[in-house]
Design a protein around this ligand. Sequence first.
Ligand SMILES: N[C@@H](CCC(=O)N[C@@H](CS)C(=O)NCC(=O)O)C(=O)O
Length: 194
Amino acid sequence: MLTLVHAPRSRSTRFLWLLEELGADYDVMTVDIRRSVSNSGARDPRNPHPHGQVPALLDDGVLITESAAIALYLTDKFPANGLGPQVGDPLRGPYLGWLAYYAGVLEPAVTNLWKQRQDDEDKATYQALDDRLRSTLDSAPWLLGETFSAADILFVSLLQFARQMLPPHAVYDDWLARANARPALARALTKDAA
Ligand SMILES: N[C@@H](CCC(=O)N[C@@H](CS)C(=O)NCC(=O)O)C(=O)O
């Protein structure tokens, strides 16, 4: 049985969305977390995540942490739904690349932006990120072309949280609008609010 360790309106909300897209059978364990923006909440002793964070996923007692790893784990576990290209698919490499890019490049870049601590190198990284994402989405609806994937969920869920994390541009607004129209997201947000 899958259990999503979750806190409402956090990075775990994206996994309610992915699990709904996958049609998975899952439980939700709602935990408290420290919230730096509102300076509220506290580490929850029930949370199995080693840093007391969310998301975390339990699969029959096996713990998986980190958004990119959880996305890959779930799309490999539910291959039939086509939310993540499998080994042998020519899109597998680009898929892994976007998952790693999310964790290794996007997250640090937007954190630096948000905390207003970009030096010149960080600004150049952020500009390169913007250029790359825009040129990708200029020619296709999703990161992998015509195929919506869990990589889109990781990136778009940051925009849902704070649109200003990427520069104003219709390409991003359209990407967000396409993703926001997905029925699985509506189901996930209903569960998030419950
Ligand atoms: N790199 C982690 C980041 C997880 C993370 O920062 N989660 C936040 C919620 S959005 C959290 O649990 N914060 C509480 C804390 O850091 O104590 C991932 O992407 O899964």
